[in-house]
Structures are given as structure tokens and as C-alpha cells.
Design a protein around this ligand. Structure first.
Ligand code: IPE
Ligand code: IPE
Ligand code: MG
Length: 239
């Protein structure tokens, strides 16, 4: 099961308490460990955390810098631990505009953890669903131009195979915290049939207990993928 989380509401959490927005981000970063652990206990095999969108560069420079600093700290503090816990870490998004030291750490962590099997943790940083599609289109066109692919060969699977999530299942469930009812450019292609859950609590308040409730609710849903799946009680009944 693949779960994606749009970790929203850090800023509001802080402002409500008379604190600077960055304190909210700090509290938010501290939530990650618990939620990754809970994921392994809830049967989640891939967890994607939306940490920084392609649009988040529009924020005040000091907030962007603060977020990058927190990200750097998270990598430093968890580098060894993530590997020891058998977690496979993947980064989604275009790393090009990130600082060189960050990019290097990200690459090293991916390399170090690539054979780990407990859970895949995708961290989406400078990620945008549209940007993911643009970069996939470029890779596909390159292949058409060098002759390794023909236009007629392009299928939905081809697109999926060239996204940052190549070789991964689409998210089964996308959770957004802090009450906003939108996707904000998260996994535009991959979310075609994802179940959605919107939670009123902000990310710093999102506990493993709330998470477990959201997963339990998801498990009660019927996913039809466009087909009609008769409930067992209705099978054989006349219209
Ligand atoms: C989510 O919290 C974290 C990032 C987008 C990096 P926000 O910073 O968006 O918090 P709100 O939505 O302003 O409360
Ligand atoms: C979405 O949250 C991005 C992340 C959680 C990383 P935003 O707070 O940036 O989204 P909008 O601006 O409210 O749509
Ligand atoms: Mg927000």
C-alpha cells in the first residue's frame, strides 16, 4: 500500500501559538519519524511525504532558507538511522536548484539505502506533479529522437515509467492535513485513482493515532476503478 501525505499547516500551527512560522516547520519535521514508524506498523509499503513544492520557492527568502536548513538537519540526524532501520529512501522532484551539499547527501542516502526492504520512503522536495510530467516528456522525446522508442510505442505505462515514481505503484491513499481541499500539484498523474483523505489537524498535530484512524477509514472503502463491483449481499439480486 502506497500512502502520500501533503504535510500542510505548519505555518498556521505556529501563528496560532504566537510563534514564528519556522517553529511550525521545526515541529513538523519532528513528526516525520513517528509517522514513518507508524506506517510500517499499518502495512504501508511506500510512504511519500510532500516536503517542498515547485511553488514553495515563492515564499519569503528566510522561510525558504529555514526549510532548507531543516531539511539539511533532517538528513544529517537521520542518515545512519534510516539505513539501520532498513528504510529505502528515494527523493522525488528536480534536485537541480538545491544546494550542492544537499544534493550530494540525497544521492548518498539513496545509494546507501537502495537495497533496504522494510518500507520505501519517498521525500518530495522541489516536487511538482506538472514538473514531473514535463521532465518525463523530455526523457521520452529524447528516446524518440535517438530511435530507442517510436511515437506509436508511447502508452500510459511509458509515461508512468519516466516519472520520478517509475517502478512504484500509484498512491492508494493521499492524506492532506490542515483542512485545505486541494492537491497543490502533488502527483498529478499518479493520483488518477487515489483515495483522498482530508484531515482538519495540522501536520504538527498529526499523530500516529489519527493516522491509524485515517487508514482504518480507507480500508472500509470500496475502490471500483471505473468498474461496478457488486457488494457480496447484492450478487444475484434482480433489478
Ligand atoms: C506545510 O506547511 C509545509 C510546507 C509547505 C513546506 P505550510 O507552511 O504550508 O503551513 P500553512 O499552510 O501556511 O499553515
Ligand atoms: C503544499 O502545501 C505543499 C507541501 C505540503 C509541500 P502549500 O501550503 O504549499 O499549498 P497551497 O499553497 O496552500 O496550495
Ligand atoms: Mg500550506
Amino acid at each position: 500500500m502506497h500512502v502520500g501525505i501533503i504535510m500542510d499547516g505548519n505555518g498556521r500551527w505556529a501563528i496560532k501559538r504566537g510563534l514564528p512560522r519556522l517553529m511550525g516547520h521545526k515541529r513538523g519535521a519532528n513528526r516525520v519519524k513517528d509517522i514513518v514508524k507508524a506506517s510500517t506498523e499499518l502495512g504501508v509499503t511506500t510512504l511519500t511525504l510532500y516536503a517542498f513544492s515547485t511553488e514553495n520557492w515563492k515564499r519569503a527568502a528566510h522561510e525558504v532558507e529555514g526549510l532548507m536548513k531543516l531539511f539539511r538537519g533532517y538528513l544529517q540526524n537521520n542518515f545512519i538511522d534510516l539505513n539501520e532501520k532498513n528504510i529505502k529512501v528515494n527523493f522525488l522532484g528536480d534536485p537541480t536548484p538545491l544546494a550542492a551539499d544537499l544534493r550530494e547527501q540525497m544521492k548518498k542516502l539513496e545509494e546507501l539505502t537502495k537495497d533496504n526492504t522494510l518500507i520505501t520512503l519517498n521525500i518530495a522536495i522541489n516536487y511538482g506533479g506538472r514538473d514531473d510530467l514535463v521532465r518525463a516528456a523530455r526523457k521520452i522525446v529524447d528516446k524518440v529522437q535517438d530511435g530507442s522508442l517510436t511515437v506509436g510505442d508511447i502508452t500510459e505505462q511509458t509515461i508512468s515509467d519516466h516519472l520520478d515514481t517509475a517502478n512504484q505503484a500509484d498512491p492508494d491513499l493521499i492524506i492532506r492535513t490542515a483542512g485545505e481541499l486541494r492537491m497543490s500539484n502533488f502527483m498529478t498523474w499518479q493520483s488518477a485513482y487515489s483515495e483522498l483523505a482530508f484531515v482538519d489537524k495540522s501536520w504538527p498535530e498529526f499523530t500516529p493515532r489519527i493516522y491509524a484512524e485515517v487508514i482504518a477509514d480507507y480500508r472500509r472503502r470500496t475502490r471500483q476503478f471505473g468498474a461496478v463491483i457488486p457488494k457480496s449481499a447484492e450478487i444475484g439480486t434482480k433489478v
